[in-house]
Design a protein around this ligand. Structure first.
Ligand SMILES: *[C@@H]1O[C@H](CO)[C@@H](O)[C@H](O)[C@H]1NC(C)=O
Ligand SMILES: *[C@@H]1O[C@H](CO)[C@@H](O)[C@H](O)[C@H]1NC(C)=O
Ligand SMILES: *[C@@H]1O[C@H](CO)[C@@H](O)[C@H](O)[C@H]1NC(C)=O
Length: 349
């Protein structure tokens, strides 16, 4: 989001509760790219599809909700030292007409709010609207669906893609996230220099369950959509949460030559599930130290700057980018691959 946009959003929100006009927005570099998923497939190595994971290095094949990532992690690949949460999503690949796949590089986002420097990974937002209750230790949730193949089952206001026609991530394209010409499907147009993916999580909690069997039913989307912090909550999920939003910049600049695209007309850009953009999803495991996130929300901490009132300190991009983890399900994920890492281990092309 850009300042112009944020101002517009803030103006909208002014009628709609957000008195703060502040939000956290920060970079997270890649911790690891591997086939694990402690939320959906705990204990499993070589899960059905590949993920890219950022955040605290206590990320593991199994993550017992009774353990505190803030205590177990010795570093985080995200800007704030106090944030040992884990954030993960599927991975985008380019599908060459010869059948091979290669991972699409990721970059940080820019704009007047400040350039975010990422080594891979994604950008995370916590957008409050009015008084919010921060997540509790052990909280986790999932947005979207890794198995959905129907675009019309996805609320575009929450999960979307934008064709980023500017070669520069600092030159803003479009309006508010998940508005206008943004699409549920992954755009396939050689004019896109980057594809920006946005995943907006629900902002309403049942106030009781830290998780649920599908990792979704303990939370709900409130009124309104987009990056507004969320509107009022339903009576079943009355507790207002900060709005978590992931922003991913997939740099497709190198894949603009249509003569290399699949000849059957299929989209050359696929996620690791290989069933289309409507299967986009994001996973979240809360891991902020103590009540630091609550304090950040209550003290209007803003963007990726240190916030002494809430005890938030920042790392340099070199520091957070140095926090990485070895793959626990080792396989090739870089370079040209003969097939996507689905089911069997990936094999180099
Ligand atoms: C990850 O889990 C394994 C057991 O599955 C354990 O040996 C290891 O210490 C854990 N690592 C971290 C960082 O918690
Ligand atoms: C497909 O094309 C890429 C790029 O030229 C090449 O590196 C890769 O080896 C090719 N794959 C096969 C199976 O020929
Ligand atoms: C995107 O990729 C192109 C081609 O490799 C590169 O020149 C450009 O710097 C990249 N853009 C960003 C924002 O990383």
């Amino acid at each position: 989001m850009q300042w112009a946009t944020f101002t517009a959003v803030a103006a909208l929100l002014a009628q709609n509760v957000n008195a703060q006009g502040s939000m956290l927005r920060f970079a997270c570099s890649q911790l690891v790219v591997e086939r694990t998923d402690p939320l959906v497939n705990p204990g499993m190595k070589y899960t059905p599809h590949l993920h890219q994971i950022v955040g605290g290095n206590s990320f593991n094949v199994t993550m017992d909700p009774n353990n505190d990532p803030a205590k177990l992690s010795t570093c985080t690949s995200c800007s704030f030292v106090q944030d040992k949460s884990n954030y993960w999503t599927a991975v985008m690949f380019f599908h060459h007409k010869n059948g091979s796949y290669i991972r699409v590089p990721q970059t940080g986002n820019g704009g007047p709010q400040g350039k975010l420097i990422n080594k891979g990974g994604l950008d995370v937002y916590y957008i409050p609207s009015g008084k919010t209750t921060a997540f509790k230790k052990g909280f986790r949730m999932l947005a979207g669906s890794a198995t959905n193949t129907e675009d019309n089952k996805v609320a575009k206001g929450n999960i979307c893609h934008r064709c980023w026609t500017s070669p520069n991530e600092n030159t803003f394209v479009g309006a508010q996230p998940c508005s206008g010409s943004d699409t549920v499907a992954i755009p396939s147009d050689p004019k896109c220099k980057m594809i920006r993916q946005t995943i907006i999580f629900p902002t309403c909690w049942d106030g009781k369950n830290l998780d649920s069997p599908n990792h979704q039913s303990h939370v709900a989307y409130g009124q309104g959509s987009g990056a507004t912090g969320g509107g009022s909550c339903p009576s079943t999920h009355p507790v207002k949460l900060p709005q978590v939003m992931y922003e991913l910049m997939w740099n497709v600049t190198n894949f603009a030559d249509k003569s290399q695209w699949p000849t059957d007309g299929s989209n050359p850009f696929v996620y690791s599930m290989n069933i289309g953009g409507s299967a986009a999803h994001g996973d979240y495991v809360f891991g902020w130290e103590g009540d630091s996130l609550q304090k950040a929300m209550d003290n209007n901490c803003n963007l990726n700057t240190a916030c002494p009132k809430a005890g938030l300190t920042t790392q340099t991009d070199a520091q957070y980018s140095a926090c990485t983890k070895k793959q626990q399900a080792p396989e090739d994920v870089d370079g040209w691959l003969k097939s996507l890492p689905l089911g069997d281990m990936a094999i180099k092309a």
